[in-house]
Design a protein around this ligand. Structure first.
Ligand code: TPP
Ligand code: MG
Length: 308
């Protein structure tokens, strides 16, 4: 692998073939002009990159419990500020200012939408200078595909099985971007592994933000969404082209949509071919796809209004 591309995260990890997480981590961290420190909640990224006695990380890395990546990175950032105050951070030759460091926390959707939400909220509210990245694969994937509050309506998971009694998950996804925006931070954006150039620009803006910033990144899971390993970019793009996963930014409270599909595809196109939605393609479950289309349409309408 290209050395520059792997400068923060090495290819020697055990993520599934066709997993987008390494591409997300590299795309974001490689945009940092300054050294980075990473805190990572347990989940696929952690278990596949830190298999003792090896590590794929080439930057200082702190493994966290499921619920506290944001709290840990807050502490590290605060310690850095204390060291700056004491004059213990080396000064840069170019302008005599203390060496800057970017603090980044990574968590899965389970670790962010659900279990780590309080620590994320606390860190955003306290205003630490850090970037939080949620890679969203719509479930607790490392432990075998249990539902999270990011799992889409209609998806079959281990804890929302589809069968005679149910069509899969009956609840809608939580809108985490709006929860984050309620903290009035400077920059939050939704990106996707299917649009890496867009994601890199968002990472640059996040690193340039003074105070907390947030990136929510779509990461299709070949293993538990059940599609061929070569197709993660295909499904990431379909998620955006169907408006299921719009690309947008919230800069100081102002919404901007970054991608307007020329011709919006029906959500069915995104569902088709994924094992977790296979049960919906039957006459008795047709209404679930219709309902899902309604949800996607109303969320898109809402977003358009917010973007003015
Ligand atoms: C408090 C707590 N509950 C449960 C677990 C077990 N556990 C570890 S990772 C994980 C799933 C993580 O899901 P997510 O955050 O979406 O990351 P993914 O595995 O999908 O990358 C679970 C349930 C744990 N480590 N700690
Ligand atoms: Mg997950």
């Amino acid at each position: 692998m290209n050395k520059e591309l792997a400068k923060n995260f090495a290819p020697g990890h055990s993520a599934c073939a066709g997993c987008g997480i390494p591409a997300i981590v590299r795309a974001i961290l490689n945009e940092s002009k300054d050294p980075v420190v990473v805190a990572n909640a347990t989940g696929c990224l952690e278990v596949t990159s830190t298999l003792y006695p090896y590590t794929a990380w080439k930057v200082p890395y702190i493994h966290n419990a499921f619920e506290n990546a944001a709290a840990t990175i807050s502490g590290v950032e605060k310690a850095y500020k204390a060291l700056v105050k004491k004059g213990k951070i080396p000064r840069q030759a170019r302008d005599d200012s203390p060496q800057r460091i970017n603090f980044v926390a990574f968590g899965g959707d389970g670790g962010t939408y659900d279990i780590g939400l309080q620590s994320l909220s606390g860190a955003l509210e306290r205003g630490h200078n850090f970037l939080y990245v949620v890679y969203d694969n719509g479930g607790y994937m490392n432990t075998g595909n249990q539902r999270s509050s990011a799992t889409p309506y209609g998806a079959a998971t281990e804890t929302t099985p589809a069968g005679k009694e149910s069509f899969g998950k009956v609840e809608m996804r939580k809108n985490l971007m709006e929860i984050v925006n309620a903290h009035r931070i400077g920059y939050a954006a939704q990106g996707s592994v299917g649009y890496l150039e867009d994601l890199k620009k968002k990472a640059q803006k996040a690193f340039a933000t003074d105070g907390p910033s947030f990136l929510s990144v779509m990461q299709p899971c070949t293993n538990n969404w059940k599609f061929p390993t070569s197709m993660y970019v295909h499904y990431a793009k379909l998620a955006t082209e169907t408006n299921f996963w719009p690309l947008y930014e919230i800069e100081n409270g102002n919404y901007v949509i970054n991608y307007l599909p020329k011709e919006r595809k029906p959500v069915e196109e995104f569902l088709k071919g994924q094992g977790r939605f296979k049960h919906l393609f039957t006459p008795e479950n047709k209404h679930v796809i219709e309902e899902m289309q309604k949800i996607v349409d109303s969320e898109w309408e809402r977003l358009q209004k917010l973007a003015g």
